[in-house]
Design a protein around this ligand. Sequence first.
Ligand code: ATR
Length: 277
Amino acid sequence: MENLYGLIGYPIGHSMSPLMHNKEFKELGLNDTYHAFEVKPENLQQAVEGIRALGICGFNVTIPHKVAIMDHVDEITEEAAEIGAVNTVVNKNGKLIAYNTDGPGYLESLLGIIPRNRLNEQSVLIIGAGGAARAIAVSLARFGVMDLTVGNRTLERARKLADDCSVHSKTEAVSLEKAERLLDKYDVIINTTSVGMSPNVNCMPIDLNNLRSGTVISDLIYNPLETMFLKEGASRGAKALNGLEMFVNQGALAFELWTGIKPDRKRMKENVLKQLG
Ligand code: ATR
């Protein structure tokens, strides 16, 4: 049986997901395939009808459909509903079940460098309050990280996200200026904005003058792999975590939801790295 999986978004650009999943299918001896479909916002409903009609077994959802897709599925996990966005859908015998693996994928990346029993007591600053920030903040709050701060250019958006996390965790909203001033208070600092992404590689979302050595500094961007933010952090004695980890982990979690098989994350990462050059 050959199953078809996919990605819907607009524009699809240079997504690494088809390569990452197709190589892993091959490595595991599966004849399944993963294809990127460019779907304009006005065609989302028809695209989902097509997915149902064609029996596509599962798909990823990316910008700009991560929120809108929620109106077209049959079931949404509690975590995805709390995040307010979906990046993975499983077609279970015709029933579309929606998940968010971005937040859990990021959580797993952090657990790769911070012991499970220590993560809860870390003071975490999330920079940004968009979709990616929402996924990470909600997943960390649900995990039990008790001291979360959301710093955003638009304070109102940070307040909304902090509010949404407050059922699980004490979450504060701050301006970027205040975050910069208080920077030495945080153990983990995560950039979820696109500031520093290629081609604007010389930009940073906040200045790191007050960074404490030993802090974990993390960027969701993986193009480039070493952003200015990570380089500057590392030069001040921080431990850097790049965005490739989360990208691979969110993909691996989706892969497992679709196929029931745990893929080889190390191999997936190596394949993406090779492609990134
Ligand atoms: P995503 O879903 O990828 O997180 P998004 O919803 O567009 O994308 O959110 C982008 C985030 O990056 C927001 O927090 C945005 O700040 P605002 O809420 O103030 O718009 C932040 N962002 C984007 N460009 C920025 C910049 N030049 N400086 C600071 N923050 C920026």
